[in-house]
Write a protein that binds this ligand. Structure first.
Ligand code: G3I
Length: 322
């Protein structure tokens, strides 16, 4: 058994991981990621993003993303597809001088092309992520989307995705929803607005970029998830990692990290419409954190040299007992 097969036995749909083409030649890595008992759901960490796909106005480059999809399929794994409208954009999109009208048209064309390309391969799409600001206040993040279109960019994106693939689950995902009640309530407003307009939204993703020692309790996490299942949606942890705020971690820190992972996976077990948990890579070797947050990291379930950490053992034990 592995994380995924035990998660399924516990009544959930999946345990998943982010991965990408940069790992393809890493043999010990591939032995773990290809094991469908370990990971039943795959997210491309970068290669399905706008910046990766539309490399110039007339060029769509699907080669990397297609390889991730093909490998998952060959391994008997499903895909969460990530992400359509976000701020990791090609420079020609960033630099263009858009009007409301031309930017809406460009977004609709992009979403339609990409969702149609992957049609049938995606269990779910992260349609819009990280639309809201970083702080506790309720406001939209400054982006070309919010500047040129305003909050309407969200319903426009969801409507375009729904039209292009009526089968894929459509998600809004963001981080810090577990910490900032106003941010969570802003997402509740986004969901209610889509529902009022009869535009399809199926789920809310909690990214779950958390910090050791500052991870909410299992009960509080479950309460945050229920804000959205109460609206009829499914939920998932879509990018889980729990980083040490300083390195190297002590044994006590590793134990606290394990407690954090158990709280998150446990909260998903406690909420019937939580479908699964995805970690944002599984080995510290490929974590995004050291590149972005200096002196922090070691956030994942395996060390950089592929030794399972106490957090891995703790999640396995939790699931075995579930
Ligand atoms: O591919 C280029 C490479 O050619 C170049 O030599 C190198 C030099 O910097 O950059 C490479 O691109 C990097 C890319 O990852 C692929 O490795 C980018 O600089 C780097 O910014 C990018 O970081 C990714 C980040 O999203 C960008 O927004 C991380 O890997 C990825 O883990 C991270 O994931 C995001 C989720 O999509 C959304 N939620 C937050 C999460 C963490 O930031």
């Amino acid at each position: 058994d592995g994380l995924h097969s035990l998660m399924v036995k516990a009544g959930k749909m999946y345990f998943g991981t982010a991965t990408d083409v940069n790992t393809f030649n890493d043999t010990p890595y591939q032995a773990i990621v290809s094991n469908k008992n370990m990971f039943g759901m795959i997210t491309a960490e970068n290669s399905m993003k706008w910046a990766a796909i539309q490399t110039s106005p007339d060029t769509y480059s699907y080669a990397d993303a297609d390889q991730v999809v093909a490998k998952a399929k060959a391994n008997g794994q499903q895909m969460r597809c990530h992400t359509l409208v976000y701020t990791q954009l090609p420079s020609f999109v960033e630099k263009a001088s858009w009007t409301n009208e031309t930017l809406i048209a460009a977004m609709q064309t992009y979403v339609k092309n990409v969702v149609q390309h992957f049609k049938g391969a995606c269990y779910a799409w992260d349609v819009v992520i990280e639309a809201l600001g970083d702080s506790e206040e309720k406001h939209y993040r400054d982006s070309i989307w919010s500047q040129n279109i305003g909050p309407a960019f969200i319903p426009i994106a969801f409507a375009a995705a729904a039209e292009a693939d009526p089968e894929a689950k459509l998600y809004y995902s963001d981080y810090n929803l577990e910490f900032f009640p106003d941010k969570a309530s802003a997402v509740v407003d986004i969901v209610k607005d889509l529902q009022a307009r009869k535009i399809k939204i199926d789920g809310v993703g909690f990214e779950g970029h958390l910090i050791v020692g500052a991870t909410p309790s299992r009960t509080d996490l479950a309460a945050s998830l229920r804000l959205f299942t109460d609206l009829g949606l499914e939920v998932a942890f879509t990018e889980l990692d729990i980083r040490h705020a300083s390195l190297p971690p002590s044994d006590a820190d590793l134990k606290k990290q394990a407690d954090g992972y158990v709280a998150v996976v446990g909260a998903c077990l406690d909420v019937p419409r939580c479908v699964g948990v995805t970690v944002w890579e599984f080995t510290d070797k490929y974590s995004w954190i050291p590149n972005s947050l200096q002196h922090q990291g070691d956030a994942l379930l395996w060390t950089a040299d592929y030794k399972p950490k106490p957090a891995y053992d703790a999640v396995m034990a939790l699931l075995r007992a579930a």
